[in-house]
Design a binder for this molecule. Structure first.
Ligand code: GUN
Ligand code: FE
Length: 429
């Protein structure tokens, strides 16, 4: 029982009340890990079994669990590393730290912290890069299954421009990815993602292997990085001189498709934007990372407004990103649009964190809403979590104001509870 909020589609503006369901005294009926009814509390109470256990979350908001569409599992100890730009940050810290994940015990230890942190932040689904080592993917998916979370992830493919201890070969990257798929895809709620890191760290021979995997597994997601930093773009294009531009490198190998996630995608030409639009590939906005590494200001509104719109998602990009919180992530996304002279309403932000990201993943029939039949992955938000928030809430009179306050001042303290498949998970940590 609580105040329910679930989106039907992206809100046009703050007055677009038809874009979402809001129930002031609402109820969700949960059975077997699924939502079986959603509506006014009195109606749900009437149709529920007599002996049903009622959890009263009033006056908090009940939303679908938050979704993070791009982050790096082996970068929990990279977060907040001081560097001038992406390539310096990768070489100085990231490619050093990720080597530790050759040790299965290290991966297993970090996985516990990683999933605890997701739950503490209200993130119920995430799409992660593991390290190049198959053992890191094993650690990630084993912990996801233990927690019964719907998680996506993949063993990173990278065979050049990184230390020897962090590279595979075209053949081993193919074999190990096949093995991860065989062992983990569909186990529990796990989804394996084909994960060539980016054009700079894959030879054309390895890209061919990624292309083969993509053909063999058309239903699997693919993830990589695209057009994050100007020096990166120049380096990538120099390694693939026949490509028209950075996007064309991936297009050449047939990787652009609806279930393809392109991290960052900041500095794209019109031609590249058209290529994403035509194929349905998703540009993933990573605001805290783009600010931290000085990468650039993602043109979110331009992507949405085009005649041929580019699909977008939002993400933390830990450890280039600086917060695990999707609330903080959208706070920074808002500020980036401010600098671009654009508006990002709080309704849109909460749409993107939930249903928007679920749609980008093609999983809106399972997660991202409170609709009956979907998985009971749920977050409970407390807009009075801190004294400063409680004081500001006295001056807030609309739902949009409350959401904007949660986004602007909220963090893990505002996550009153996180439910995974119907079970309280945050209070159980
Ligand atoms: N490009 C290639 N690898 C990475 C990474 O780990 N983080 C970020 N932000 N960009 C990348
Ligand atoms: Fe990344």
């Amino acid at each position: 029982r609580g105040r329910l909020l679930s989106f039907h589609r992206r809100p046009e503006d703050l007055s677009d009340t038809a874009s979402y369901l809001y129930e002031e005294d609402g109820g969700l009926l949960i059975e077997g890990g699924r939502i079986t009814a959603c509506g006014a509390f009195a109606d749900i109470r009437a149709e529920a079994p007599e002996d049903v256990a009622i959890v009263d979350h009033r006056p908090h908001l009940i939303l679908p669990g938050l979704i993070d569409t791009h982050l790096h599992f082996p970068q929990m100890q990279v977060i907040g590393s001081y560097a001038a730009n992406l390539l310096e940050w990768l070489n100085t810290y990231t490619f050093v730290e990720e080597q530790r994940f050759s040790d299965p015990a290290h991966g297993a230890r970090i996985a516990v912290s990683f999933f605890d942190e997701m739950i503490r932040q209200g993130t119920t689904t995430a799409v992660a890069y593991c390290s190049v080592h198959k053992a890191s993917a094993d650690a990630y998916f084993a912990e996801a299954q233990r927690r019964n979370m719907l998680m996506l992830g993949g063993k990173v493919m990278m065979d050049r421009n990184a230390p020897d201890a962090l590279t595979d070969t075209p053949q081993t990257s193919y074999d190990d990815t096949r093995a991860v798929i065989a062992e983990w895809h569909g186990k529990g709620r796990n989804h394996v993602v084909i994960s060539p890191r980016f054009a700079i760290t894959s030879t054309p021979e390895q890209m061919e292997m990624a292309a083969t995997l993509a053909r063999e597994f058309p239903d699997l997601h693919i993830q990589t990085h695209l057009s994050e930093n100007l020096a990166e773009i120049e380096f990538a294009c120099s390694l693939y001189p026949k490509a028209k531009d950075y996007t064309d490198i991936y297009a050449h190998y047939g990787l652009l498709r609806e279930n393809m996630l392109l991290g960052h995608a900041i500095h794209l030409s019109e031609r590249e934007r058209d290529a994403l639009s035509e194929t349905g590939a998703v540009a993933v906005h990573c605001p805290t990372s783009n600010l931290f590494l000085g990468s650039g200001l993602f043109p979110l509104k331009e992507f949405e407004r085009r005649d041929r719109p580019v699909r977008i998602a939002v993400a933390t990009d830990i450890g280039g990103g600086t917060s695990y919180s999707m609330l903080k992530t959208m706070d920074e996304a808002y500020k980036i649009q401010q600098l671009r002279g654009e508006r990002l309403t709080p309704l849109e932000s909460f749409f993107h964190m939930t249903r928007g990201n679920a749609e980008a993943l093609g999983l809106a029939d399972r997660i991202g809403t409170l609709e009956p039949g979907t998985d009971a992955d749920i977050v409970v938000l407390d807009a009075r979590a801190t004294p400063a928030m409680a004081l500001k809430m006295e001056a807030a009179s609309t739902l949009a104001e409350e959401l904007f306050l949660l986004q602007t001042l909220g963090d893990d303290r505002a996550i009153a509870e996180t439910y995974i498949a119907g079970r309280p998970a945050k209070s159980a940590i």
